[in-house]
Design a protein around this ligand. Structure first.
Ligand code: ADP
Ligand code: TYD
Length: 205
């Protein structure tokens, strides 16, 4: 593939979406062709699945069904958006990718980590070249996420204990995979954006 594939990960309210947007703008200003996308979603079919998983009754899906839905959305996102953009030579920036399933479904919704990994190998089989983990104290992340109005509340109602376990899960994952870069998200937007840009630029050649 000609392009570069970057993902943003972290708990809700860590600042991923804000920083993914800012990185896309900064790279475009430097002349890079950028595809900015997100999960769940990022293609018309996957955006439809997004509504199924993020809205409605919290008990709407079993953990197993949820893993299948997130993976189905990701497969469509890969086929319709990510692979074509990488083939064109774009820098692809995705706000969440498979690490979110590893953490949200694999760790917090039962002992399903092995299932998540097997399904990923079978249906996705791709990892980002670089993953920016925006790390933040869960209390701060939660207060930021709650200040943001919206209808996608199934996951954001998880509470502080769950967010704390997920933060630890992301940090453990990052320590095992060299593609991760850890970024302290508890700073001003500008400071975080500068840090991320200087982390990413050396990887773009
Ligand atoms: P995420 O995508 O990780 O859930 P967002 O980028 O949507 O996080 O940010 C959550 C909320 O916090 C938004 O209202 C956003 O404007 C605000 N926010 C983002 N980054 C910062 C920051 N560095 N300092 C203060 N507020 C921030
Ligand atoms: P997102 O819109 O990124 O929420 P936020 O901006 O609050 O971080 O993602 C929506 C929710 O979906 C989020 O709580 C995490 C969850 N999610 C999973 O549980 N599994 C997944 O594979 C993905 C991609 C997201």
């Amino acid at each position: 593939m000609a392009g570069r594939f970057l993902s943003f990960e972290g708990i809700d309210g860590s600042g991923k979406s804000t920083q993914a947007r800012r990185l896309a703008a900064a790279l475009r200003a430097r002349g890079h062709a950028v595809t900015l996308t997100r999960e769940p979603g990022g293609s018309p079919g996957a955006e439809e699945i997004r509504r199924l998983v993020l809205e409605g009754d919290p008990d709407r899906w079993s953990p197993e069904t949820e893993i299948l839905l997130f993976t189905a959305a990701r497969r469509d996102h890969m086929e319709k958006t990510i692979r074509p953009a990488l083939a064109r030579g774009d820098v692809v920036i995705t706000d969440r990718f498979a690490d979110s399933t590893r953490i949200y479904q694999g760790i917090t919704r039962g002992d399903l980590a092995g299932t998540v990994d097997r399904l990923h190998d079978l249906m996705i089989g791709t990892e980002p070249d670089l993953t920016i983990l925006v790390d933040i104290d869960p209390a701060l992340g939660l207060s930021r996420a709650r200040a943001r109005a919206g209808t996608e509340l199934r996951f954001e109602d998880m509470g502080l204990d769950t967010q704390t376990r997920m933060r630890a899960g992301f940090l453990a994952l990052a320590s095992r995979h060299p593609r991760f870069r850890l970024i302290d998200g508890a700073r001003s937007e500008d400071a975080v954006a500068d840090d991320i840009l200087s982390t990413v630029l050396p990887h773009l050649g």
